[in-house]
Design a protein around this ligand. Structure first.
Ligand code: B4P
Length: 190
């Protein structure tokens, strides 16, 4: 059973690799970004609240995000393992996740960090913008999201580094190459 986080800057391949890891390890992947986007599409109260922040490339407030994740992790399917994609992104979210896991008698096995340089990230996200026109994939908003990652999410990785559970994987190269590296890092034959 694997309980893991995948962390990386926007465009590093988190969502892309999370889907593959989930399939290979047979664990449920939970992406906060996907849950928000689904709510935006369905125009739920959560989606209406999240949309303004997402369009600007800002984080959705911790209170909103934390209660959404708390509800999701209460579902029975996480007992067989899980992969959280895009959460936690702030110090307050780390504290909340610690509480949720403690209350449910769960512990994290590994935090996978994907790395890539800013120019490659911008290039990928502008490429995605041409294909699916995500409202937060324009250069100004992308650079803002990269700045937020450095300011708020890089310190999150340091917190897990102190606990000795971070595995870093180079996110450059083709999607298949990165998957191979990830699987090797997770010590699972790909
Ligand atoms: P996310 O959905 O997490 O968006 P993201 O950081 O851009 O990552 P994503 O998973 O989509 O992209 P990936 O790197 O896989 O968050 C979106 C927004 O939701 C946030 O800005 C925020 O507003 C809100 N949010 C989410 N979680 C939150 C939280 N915890 N707290 C507060 N707010 C939160 O892929 C990017 C592109 O690169 C794809 O087109 C892909 O095909 C391509 N790609 C991937 N790997 C590649 C490779 N090896 N080579 C070439 N291209 C590659």
């Amino acid at each position: 059973m694997t309980r893991m986080l995948i962390i990386g800057p926007p465009g590093s391949g988190k969502g892309t690799q999370a889907a593959r890891i989930s399939e290979r390890l047979g664990v449920v992947a939970i992406s906060t970004g996907d849950i928000f986007r689904d709510n935006v599409r369905r125009e739920t109260p959560l989606g209406v609240e999240a949309k303004t922040f997402m369009d600007a490339g800002d984080f959705v407030p911790d209170s909103v995000t934390n209660s959404m994740v708390r509800d999701r992790l209460a579902a029975g399917d996480v007992q067989e393992g899980f992969l959280l994609d895009g959460y936690p992104r702030t110090a307050a979210q780390v504290a909340e996740l610690d509480d949720i896991l403690r209350e449910n008698d769960l512990a994290l096995d590994v935090v996978l960090q994907l790395t890539a340089d800013d120019e490659e990230l911008v290039k990928r996200l502008l490429g995605r913008a041409k294909l699916d026109g995500r409202s937060d994939d324009n250069e100004r908003v992308i650079r803002h999201r990269l700045g937020l990652y450095q300011d708020q999410t890089a310190p999150v990785v340091s917190r897990y580094d102190e606990r000795g559970i971070v595995t870093r994987v180079d996110g450059l190269g083709s999607i298949d190459e990165v998957t191979d590296r990830v699987m090797t890092a997770l010590k699972v034959a790909s």
